[in-house]
Write a protein that binds this ligand. Structure first.
Ligand code: PMP
Length: 442
């Protein structure tokens, strides 16, 4: 294969030496190629978490030394994340559980009468939280320019006096394609709307700057950013968050609580990030995210992007001449993208194909509609409005391979070899429980 190899080494991640069984009884090292679902922990993150663990203590709730230390670590993590995201001076960083949680938090903080604009191509986490607002769902654009034009048109028709929010992904979890975030932000602001960036798939692969992109909020998940310890982030403008009811009611969010003479309870809520962080904060999760932010920054996104480009090219070049393998794309084969590629294979059900990659080669990928049903249906030529089930195999589903900073060349090379072999033996064979495996697996 004639692909340039002058790229940085993969970052050390956990799980690189895990051995898994194959259907034929052999054992091989696991090839984790499902980063878009959840990425392995960076070794650096694991080490930082392990180094802190003995000092673990409650956050914002204790006079003891370890509580003080843990509180300082938690607040330091907030500052690190703010730096990583290029936040503005008065932006707020709220620790949540995930991107889903972050976007639901923002949805609960929308001002009265807010209109929300989303493309049908969004992940369900970005498509669905706005169900209590007026939602305009825009059709799938066939290029970045069309995306901006569609949004401009929709915003021009809206009530210019009411509040409005645009929610858009930075990188698709299905095609990996990059969306024109800065241009969409400019369009939103030109029409008096705000914009939240779903950076779940973007932040692990590309630098994200709230300031440079001029987005109002950004959301991402720790577990896709090599920090799988149960935390996520919503960062951005403080005003809507300050004016909203607390996302969760409870300790930590409340400044003062008194029993009223009439038997009711009166609460004064915090105004800062704590307002939406009720309950005991996940200090390990926040520390892990901060550690990942530092590790990625130190590795240099220019190096990580170049390495990922190299891996994408390796997959593309390795499968270019294989008939029957069709990659899914909204913006065209050459559109800039992150290391997330979905495809279908003639003659194969995608779920069977993903299973064959696992049982025959020790490769972990995902098959399905990737919680982006309208988008996958559109890409597969189906009806985006059709009913279906997220995980149920059927004619309309695809295989997704995804990788990132910890992926060695060997994993994508094994994937390419596996696809070539499986395509060459489309009949495969069925195991006793009905699964299809490569013909070579005994
Ligand atoms: N947005 C995108 C683009 C995603 O890929 C995902 C996860 N697949 C989410 C949002 C939701 O992330 P989480 O499951 O961590 O809440």
């Amino acid at each position: 294969m004639s692909v340039a190899t002058s790229v940085c080494a993969p970052l050390p991640v956990l799980g690189g030496d895990v051995i898994v069984p194959l259907a034929d009884g052999r054992e091989v090292p696991y090839a984790a190629l499902d980063y878009a679902a959840s990425a392995p922990a960076l070794q650096r993150v694991w080490d930082d978490v392990a180094a802190y663990a003995p000092y673990y203590g409650s956050v914002h709730r204790g006079a003891g030394y370890l509580s003080q230390l843990s509180t300082e670590l938690f607040e330091k993590a907030r500052r690190t994340v703010a730096g990583f995201l290029g936040c503005r001076e008065d932006d707020q960083v709220v620790f949540t559980r995930s991107t889903t949680d972050s976007l639901n938090l923002l949805a609960a903080a929308l001002p009265e009468g807010c209109q929300v604009f989303v493309f049908e191509t969004e992940h369900h986490a970005a498509l669905l939280p706005w169900r209590h607002a007026r939602v305009s769902c825009l059709p799938a654009p066939r290029g970045p320019r069309e995306a901006v034009a569609l949004l401009e048109r929709a915003l021009a028709d809206r009530d210019p006096h009411g509040p409005a929010l645009v929610c858009v992904t930075g990188a698709s979890n299905v095609t990996g394609e990059l969306w024109p975030v800065a241009e969409l932000a400019a369009a939103a602001h030109a029409h008096g709307a705000r914009i939240v960036l779903d950076a779940a798939q973007l932040a692990p692969h590309h630098p994200v700057s709230v300031r440079d992109l001029d987005v109002d909020w950004v959301a991402f998940s720790g577990h896709k950013l090599y920090a799988p310890f149960g935390s996520g982030v919503l960062a951005g403008r403080a005003d809507w968050l300050r004016d909203a009811e607390p996302y969760l009611a409870g300790g930590g969010a409340s400044r003062s609580v008194v029993r009223r003479p009439d038997g009711g309870v009166e609460v004064a809520w915090h105004e800062g990030a704590a307002r939406h962080e009720a309950g005991s904060p996940n200090v390990i999760g926040a520390h892990a995210i901060a550690s990942a932010c530092q590790a990625l920054t130190e590795a240099g996104f220019e190096n990580l992007v170049a390495r990922e480009r190299h891996l994408i090219d390796r997959v593309r070049a390795g499968l270019a001449d294989v008939p029957g393998v069709r990659f899914l794309s909204l913006f065209g084969a050459d559109a800039p993208r992150v290391g997330v590629l979905s495809f279908v294979v003639d003659g194969w059900d995608s779920a069977d194909f993903a299973t064959a990659l696992s049982t025959g080669y020790g490769i972990g990928v995902r098959a399905g509609l990737f919680c982006a049903h309208p988008l996958v249906r559109t890409l597969l030529g189906g009806d985006p409005a059709a009913e279906g089930d997220c995980e149920t195999p059927g004619d309309l589903n695809a295989v997704r391979v995804s990788f990132g900073a910890g992926t060695p060349d060997e994993h994508v090379d094994r994937f390419v070899r596996a696809v070539r072999e499986l395509v060459a033996t489309p009949c495969g064979q069925r195991t006793a429980d009905g699964r299809r495996v490569p013909a070579t697996a005994g």
